[in-house]
Structure formats: structure tokens, C-alpha cells
Design a protein around this ligand. Sequence first.
Ligand code: NAP
Ligand code: ZN
Ligand code: ZN
Length: 353
Amino acid sequence: MIRTAAYATTAATEPLGPFTIERREPGPHDVLIEILFCGVCHSDLHQARGEWGNSIYPMVPGHEIVGRVRQVGAAVARWKVGDRVGVGCFVDSCRRCSACEEGVEQYCAEGMTLTYNGLERDGVTLAQGGYSSQITVNEDYVLRVPETIPIERAAPLLCAGITCYSPLRYYGLKAGDSLAVVGLGGLGHMAVKLGAAMGAAVTVLSHSAKKEADARRLGARDFIVTDAPEVFDAHAGRFDFILDTASASHDYNAYLKLLRRDGTMVLVGAPEPTPLAAMSLIFPRKRLAGSLIGGIRETQEMLDFCAAHEIAADVEVIKIEAINEAYERMLRSDVRYRFVIDMASLGPASAAL
Ligand code: NAP
Ligand code: ZN
Ligand code: ZN
């Protein structure tokens, strides 16, 4: 086993602090990755604080991992030492079910192996995430990070990027469509960049009036502050597509008013449940859908799309000691637009290396 420096929380009410974990020695098909940066997703906060009711402690969060290959197993042909790589929200899956066969491993019938807050496929080892100095991952669940994307700005693509890219593709966003992005946070700012690059006319719907200049700089053509019920009547029927990334509960019925006939609203933000009126969908014939991250093949496609379109996340690089304050700022919607931890701040990776 490889002793590895990390940051963990031991209970929903505890802050994160220094912790030591053990990574497995790379097997024949494994890659050992030195983690250089890890993005801070709102899902890290939801899970660290037990908000989804499924948290397992001690927990090392982090599923926006980028780094360099440090060691490869004997049978690994695809990766070599020094490669620039990433790991997203899952590190394995059953590989046999229809979802795995179709390359949408996030919907694996047996359940994907989450990067953290879950058990590895042996059913006993607790998976631990990217707020750590290194990780051992099966070679099939590693992504290639294009050299042209600044590495700290690539980290958020591994969750925020793919979570927005996948539904825009799957639900068929077309050039010329009017796209509303709800919430300008880590996911939302990627949705603006990706939607604009796909040729959509993007409008940001935000509860923070002060983000307008940023929204326009990121590629939005319009900006609406959702601070009063009249706003939803004033813009009724305006959008072909709504991508809802907000992390806190809000009234879906109000946002559905903004769709045109046959329009689609996709939820990727995962707040507490709120009521939905059938009439919000019935009249006039609207779709409400959801989407979960993306499969390995599509995540690689998204990374290559970002490289081709010179897209990267807007990040604020922090030291690991600042993680608890970063969570508080994220709760206040005060992140421009993704915190990314510089893992050098953790100190030496491990005494064993
Ligand atoms: P984030 O950076 O904190 O951004 C969330 C945004 O939601 C905020 O910036 C804010 O935007 C908006 N918001 C916050 N409070 C609000 C309120 N009271 N009413 C309306 N809007 C509010 O979070 P994130 O990392 O982007 O994650 C967003 C959500 O997506 C989280 O629930 C996360 O767990 C979920 N998620 C889902 C998937 C998936 O696969 N489906 C993947 C990753 C994350 P404004 O200030 O512009 O209003
Ligand atoms: Zn995430
Ligand atoms: Zn499967």
C-alpha cells in the first residue's frame, strides 16, 4: 500500500482537515497518478456535509482530478509516465451491463464505482477522492487532458464541464437555439461557454445581480435576475432549452414557464426536492429531464472539444488549508467560478515515493 497525504472530513458537522489514506500499489492494469490540482464541486460540499443522506466517513472528497502519470502497471499500453491525465466522478463500473457497453458507465446497472463516497469493486475498500496527493486508477477510467489547456483550468472540466456538455448534446441543442442557463456557478459558467461554442444564444438566469458583466464576458448575450415573480411572465415562452444548474431549491414551475412549446428543461443541479405541477408541462407540451455527469468516451470528446474551442474553466486556485472557507464562499454563491486546490500545498506526496 502507498501512504498518501489527503484532506478528509470525519462527520457531516466536522470541517475538513489533514488525513492519511492508503492507495493500492498499481496492478497490471492500473495507473498511479500524481495529483497536481483538484476542483471543488458543490457535490463535494453536499456529500461532505451529509446532505444527500448517503455519506460514508471518513471522506476525502474531490472528483475533478488532474495530474501526471507517475507509474504504470505491467499490462498498461495506453499510458506512460509523464502523461497529462484526468479522473472524474467514477473510477470503475461493471463493464458488462448495457449502459457500460454503450459507454454511459455513469448509469451502470450495478452502480458505477464513485471516485469517493462509495466502495471500490471489492465491496469493502472505501474509495477516496482527489483532495489527496496521488490516486491509483484502472487505465480504462483515465482521461487524456490536452496539453493546450492550462492544467489547473482543466480540472473543473472533469465534472462541471462534462455535466453540462452531456445534456446539451444528448437533448440536442442546435446552433441558433436560445439557451437559458440557470445559476452562474461552477457548472453554470461552463454551460455558458459550451453552449456559446455550440452556437446557441445564451441567457444567464441568476439570483445574483452582480454577475451580469461576468456572464456577458463568458459568452452570454443576455442576463436576467430572477428576483421577482413578474420576471417569469415577462420572459414566458422565450427559450428552446433550459439547463438548470442551481444548487439550492427553487420553483421549477416558474422556470418551466420560460420554455417555448416543445422546449426542454434539463435539471443537473441537485437541491432538495420541490413540488412540480402537471400543468407546468402539459401546456404547451414541454419536457423536463435530468442528466448525470457523462461517460468516459463522451468526457474525452468534451475535453477535445474544449481544446479545439480554447475553452477552460475560470478558476480561483486555493491552498488546501482554505478548503473550509471555500465551502462557505460556495454556499454564498461567491465563487468566480470554480475553486481549484493546488495539491502542492499538501506537502510531499508520500514517504514511500
Ligand atoms: P456552485 O458553483 O455552488 O453554483 C451553484 C449556483 O446555483 C450558484 O452559483 C448560484 O448561481 C445558484 N444558486 C445558489 N443558491 C441559489 C438559490 N437560492 N436560488 C437560485 N439559485 C441559486 O455549484 P456547482 O458545483 O455548479 O453545482 C451545482 C449543482 O449541480 C449542485 O447541486 C451539484 O451537486 C450539482 N451537480 C450535479 C451533477 C450531475 O451530474 N447532475 C454534477 C455535478 C454537480 P447564481 O448566483 O447565478 O444564482
Ligand atoms: Zn461534481
Ligand atoms: Zn455496468
